[in-house]
Design a protein around this ligand. Structure first.
Ligand code: PLP
Length: 431
């Protein structure tokens, strides 16, 4: 593959943007090789500045469940743009998308739109503290909830990729209010509630972890978190920025039949435009200004282009939910298991974790149930595998600690091409 143009653009970008990027993992530091500069996407494919084509398995880190340039979404965005990119005033579209969300997520009675997942989780935490009158929160090691100060403690995604325990610039006084516990360990949660009796406002959790790589909840774990928070008077916040509309229309909470008090959504809800939301029980949401004392606002919140893309995307998922989720399950199963079988034939230790159209190939022979076990993965071997796949036009997430995603545009033929490419990639890993 030729990478000359991307390499030149990277050089220019590095002189202007820290690390040449606007979000750290895009720099490919964990895997090496050239970060391709993208010119366009269509369906399951991306093209770079040098004309190389890739099967896309990261889907803009989650939103592109209907594939790139999905015609109904493109048309909706174009039509909205002709009426103006932004008003800073209320539109019917906000209610239209809110109705779709509330129907898909019965635990959400009211919601507010924001522009990123970071804002959604940050605002949900503020609301939980105000509602309970308590200050501590519990999060889990390896879960990433965006880059607000209190949520960067032992976080996943890029924070895990670059082995940063917490970010510089976060005062200890703020980090101390976040209790970071191992995922899938109920004892740790019980002990925290005992030690900080009546002081814990909320548990925030990725119900299926995606940001340490994919880690499903153990049997009964989410149910126990629900029961414990109820008994202790704390709120349960499901961060479904990644899992919402992906694992099923109603996200992980539908799949595992749990009703959280608050839910955060992002990625798919805006169909690839900057859009996210947080919502839950009306008595909690009514604490937000202008009704209540919790301040939260946004110049571009409920942006008309984002609402249009969200309505087109979520509307399609609602209308075609049975076929969509059946197809996602079957194509993901084919590619996830097919590549795992090639690893096993090549004698490479690998653990495959998958829930619906979200999965990770961990380069370790041991089960991965929390961040500590994910961190046992051989990241150097993952990097060789990643580069070998890129060179064959298969673009996987560029860190071991990220989930891969697939959308409805991916075909069985794409899955088979990926499995064939992995055979060659594993041969280069073994060399
Ligand atoms: N929560 C989860 C579970 C995420 O995966 C992410 C981003 O990947 C976020 C929150 C933050 O979202 P954003 O990047 O839109 O700020």
């Amino acid at each position: 593959m030729n990478h000359a143009r991307s390499a030149a653009l990277q050089q220019r970008a590095e002189s202007l943007l820290p690390g040449g990027v606007d979000s750290p993992v895009r720099a490919f530091r964990a895997v090496g090789g050239h970060p391709p500069f993208v010119t366009r996407g269509q369906g399951a494919y991306l093209w770079d500045e040098d004309g190389n084509r890739y099967i896309d398995y990261f889907g803009s880190w989650g939103p592109m469940i209907l594939g790139h340039a999905f015609p109904p979404a493109v048309e909706a965005i174009q039509a909205a743009a002709t009426r103006s990119a932004s008003f800073g005033a209320s539109t019917a579209a906000e209610g239209d998308l809110a109705e779709l969300v509330v129907k898909a997520f019965p635990s959400i009675e009211k919601l507010r739109f924001v522009s990123s997942g970071t804002e959604a989780t940050m605002s949900a935490i503020r609301l939980a503290r105000a509602f309970t009158g308590r200050k501590y929160i519990i999060k889990f090691e390896g879960c990433y909830h965006g880059h607000s100060d209190g949520l960067l403690v032992k976080a996943g995604s890029g924070v895990a990729t670059f082995s940063i325990p917490g970010s510089a610039g976060v005062p200890d006084e703020i980090a101390h209010l976040t209790l970071a516990l191992p995922f899938n360990d109920l004892d740790a949660v019980q002990k925290a509630f005992a030690t900080y009796k009546d002081q814990i406002a909320a548990i925030i959790v990725e119900p299926v972890v995606g940001n340490a790589g994919t880690i499903p909840p153990g049997h009964g774990y989410l149910e126990a978190l629900r029961a414990l928070t109820t008994v202790e008077g704390a709120l349960l916040i499901f961060d479904e920025v990644m899992t919402g509309f992906r694992l099923s229309l109603g996200g992980a909470q539908e799949l595992y039949r749990i009703q959280p008090d608050l839910t955060t959504l992002g990625k798919i809800v805006g169909g690839g435009l900057p859009c996210a939301a947080f919502g839950g029980r009306a008595e909690i949401m009514n604490q937000l200004a202008p009704l209540g004392p919790v301040y939260q606002a946004g110049t571009l919140s409920g942006n008309p282009l984002a609402m249009a893309a969200g309505i087109a995307t979520v509307g399609y998922l609602v209308k075609h939910r049975v076929e969509v989720y059946a197809q996602l399950e079957s194509v993901t199963d084919t590619v996830a298991n097919g590549v795992a079988a090639e690893a096993s034939k090549a004698g490479i230790a690998m653990t495959t974790n998958r829930v619906g159209a979200m999965w990770t190939w961990f380069f370790t022979g041991s089960p991965v149930t929390d961040y500590a076990s994910a961190a046992q993965s051989d990241t150097a071997t993952f990097a060789v595998f990643h580069r070998a796949m890129m060179e064959q036009g298969i673009w996987l997430p560029c860190s071991q600690y990220e989930a891969a995603f697939l959308g409805i545009a991916h075909s069985i033929a794409d899955a088979e091409a990926t499995i064939a490419a992995s055979r060659k990639a594993f041969a280069s890993v073994a060399e």
